[in-house]
Each structure stands twice: as C-alpha cells, then as structure tokens.
Design a protein around this ligand. Structure first.
Ligand SMILES: Nc1ncnc2c1ncn2[C@@H]1O[C@H](COP(=O)(O)OP(=O)(O)OP(=O)(O)O)[C@@H](O)[C@H]1O
Ligand SMILES: [Mg+2]
Length: 367
C-alpha cells in the first residue's frame, strides 16, 4: 500500500498529533494541518476521521488540488455533502431539508450510461452564486444533529484563483457556522503560513496550526521491523537507518522503499535497498529530466548545489558560492528567486532546501 490510509495497523505513530487534533475538535477550535509534501497529512486526517467514527460525528474530506476556480471548489463541497446524505437514497426518502438543498444547489441527477451509477451535477453558473451556495450548504450541515467536521485539503490552491476574494469568502463561511469544525490542510508551507499568520489576511489567527514533522526514526524502526517480522523477513536496524535517511523521514518515500523491498522478495541487504532506491529514481526520471531541462544553466547549478549542501552552508556565503563555482552573488540570488517561484525549493527556519526528497536524491545521482 503506497497511498492513503488503510487502517491503524499500517499507520505509524502520530499519537501526539492525533490527541492534539481530537482536543481541538472537542474544544470547538478550527485547525490547519500543514507540512512538507508527502509527509502524511492526508493519511493523518483520514486516521483522525477513523478515530472520530464511533462518536456522533460526520466527517468530510474534499481535496481541491485540481480546482482552478471558486465554483469548482463549491461543486466539490456540494457533491461531497449530497453524496454523504443522499447515497443509496436517490429519488426516495429525502428529508425536507435535503430536498430543499438540492433545489437551492440546482442539482440535477442523471444516470451514467456506462456504469448506470447516479451522476450529480450542480447548476452553479457564476461566482456571485458562490457565497449563497456555500451559505446554503453550511445551513444544511448545521441543521444536522451530528457534529460536522469538514476538511478542505490542499487549501493553498485557493490563492491561485483569479477571483481575489476567495480567502474572505471561506473565512466568512467558517465564521457563519461556528458549530462546524473546519480543518484546512496544505503542503505549501510558506503559502499556508502567510495565509494564516499575516495580519492583513482574512484567516489571520483564526485557526490552530499544526506543522507535521517527520515521524522520528526510533518510532519508525519499531513499526517497520514489526511489519517485516510479521512476514518472516529479516531487516536490520542499519537497513532501516539507510531507508529512513534516504527518505529524510518522509513517510511516502519510507513507505515506497519498504513496499518495493517487500515485493522484490530477495531478502533485505545493502544492495537490494540500493536497487530499490535506483528503481524509484528511474521511475521518475523522465519527469525529473523534464523539470531539470526547463531550468537555466545557473538555476541547475544552484539547485544541484542545494541538493548536496551537506554542511548546510548559507547559500549566499562566499564558501558555498566558491565550493560550487556559482559565479556572482547576484546571479545566485536570481536563481534562488526563480527556484522558489517554481516551488522547487523552500526556505525553512534554517536554510533553503529542496521541496521534494526524491528529486533531491535524483539530483545527487546525476553527474
Ligand atoms: N503515519 C504513517 N505511517 C505509515 N505510513 C504513512 C503514515 N502517514 C502517511 N503514510 C504514507 O505516506 C504516504 C504519503 O501520505 P499522504 O498522502 O497522507 O501525505 P500528504 O502529506 O498528504 O502528501 P501530499 O503532500 O501529496 O498531499 C502514503 O503512502 C501513506 O500511506
Ligand atoms: Mg495530501
């Protein structure tokens, strides 16, 4: 399993984060979960939903990564609500409130000619409808007796929309329905931080922020060893260390290496781990090659230098520039700016780092 959340047995740790999240929900606080890419944000949300399942709670998860405008987000939100409360009941047994919601959202229900599954479409035409529609959905949700937890994943996407008041619209939505618990999640650290911590932004100080750090190596060791032992496969602490270091603790890369090692079924050795790591790089080679070739020569040099900056030298220090033969300071500054704009690097509290650990490993592997 390399994607999503399967069950708690396949979910390592996050105990502290889970209890913090449950505490926020119980105390009516809205939440932002953010962190580096593929660090397990969505899996944590799904695990939280699993923990809340037995209580009188209804949870929604809407991923807006592919949305290009406000209407498409609202379509997703509306469909999530309709699917949850209308499932298997299409055409019969709807409550008065639900029928009213369907008419407010101008919903039409058709049948997919191939699968014969019911298909929902919403007649949302323009962005003026957006606020009203959101409001109606909020009203419907608050009419339910259960606690509603509503998560919008990849929330930073709204900052890319051409409409310039989307943040205010969602802030109003959140404020108008104080009994709904909202979770906003995203992987673009600086975008999320500025959205929720800058004074002049609508969401300023409106939510509790949870930054998702990597799972610690000792906890991951116990977890990985348990799963391999269950399958009668030996794995040493050194092997797990190699896997964890290469992934820099990123859950996706740890999971992927373990998954491939398991399916190779050749025993776990230094060389089978190296093979699996090479397989991972090879799989993404065309994409990484494309990304890399889109850069100017100077951007490529700076990016490679960042990937191999083991000493964590400041990028504008003369030692870093000289060690990597990067030319003038202003040209390094220019390259950094472009790489930031392209979201290939980000600024952490310590330094500029690559945003994708697999891409970083690929950069280290090329001449
Ligand atoms: N606590 C965990 N224990 C074990 N595996 C995990 C854990 N959390 C996440 N994973 C695995 O890591 C991978 C990435 O997780 P997930 O998709 O939740 O990350 P994400 O931060 O939401 O990624 P993205 O930035 O792409 O949205 C998945 O394969 C998932 O199964
Ligand atoms: Mg995710």
């Amino acid at each position: 399993m390399v994607s999503g959340f399967l069950s708690k047995e396949y979910f390592c740790d996050r105990e502290e984060e889970l209890s913090t999240l449950i505490n926020h929900i119980e105390n009516q606080r809205n939440i932002v979960i953010y962190g580096n890419r593929r660090m397990g944000k969505t899996a944590l949300i799904k695990c939280l939903f699993e923990s809340l399942k037995n209580e009188k709670t209804e949870c929604f998860h809407v991923d807006i990564m592919a949305c290009q405008n406000l209407n498409s987000v609202i379509q997703l939100i509306g469909k999530a609500v309709i699917n949850k409360y209308g499932k298997n009941k299409l055409g019969e047994g709807f409550t008065k409130e639900f029928t009213k919601l369907l008419s407010q959202l101008k919903v039409t229900i058709g049948i997919d000619p191939l699968t014969h599954a019911p298909e929902i479409s919403m007649g949302l035409q323009n962005s003026e409808d957006a606020e009203t529609t959101l409001h109606e959905i909020g009203k419907y949700l608050t009419s339910k007796s259960e606690q509603i937890v509503f998560c919008i994943d990849e929330f930073q996407q709204i900052t890319t929309f051409s409409e310039n008041n989307t943040e205010a619209i969602f802030r109003n939505w959140m404020q108008s329905f104080p009994t709904i618990r909202f979770i906003f999640s995203g992987s673009h650290k600086s975008m999320i931080e500025s959205m929720f911590t800058q004074k002049n932004r609508p969401f300023y100080q409106s939510c509790n922020l949870l930054f998702l750090n990597p799972i610690s190596e000792p906890l991951y060791q116990t977890f990985i060893q348990y799963h391999f032992q269950k399958e009668d496969t030996l794995i040493s602490m050194e092997d797990i260390h190699t896997i964890y270091q290469w992934a820099e603790g990123q859950t996706y890369s740890v999971q992927l290496q373990c998954n491939l090692l398991y399916s190779k079924n050749v025993g776990i050795t230094e060389s089978s781990i190296a093979e699996v790591q090479q397989d991972i790089l090879d799989q993404d080679k065309p994409y990484f090659g494309y990304l890399y070739n889109m850069l100017t020569l100077q951007q490529q040099k700076v990016l490679k230098a960042i990937a191999s900056n083991l000493e964590n030298l400041p990028l504008l220090s003369s030692r870093f520039i000289q060690n990597h033969n990067l030319g003038s300071m202003s040209s390094v500054q220019g390259a950094i700016k472009s790489l930031l704009d392209k979201d290939l690097i980000e600024l952490t509290s310590e330094n500029y780092v690559l945003t994708d650990v697999i891409f970083k490993n690929w950069l280290k592997s090329i001449p």
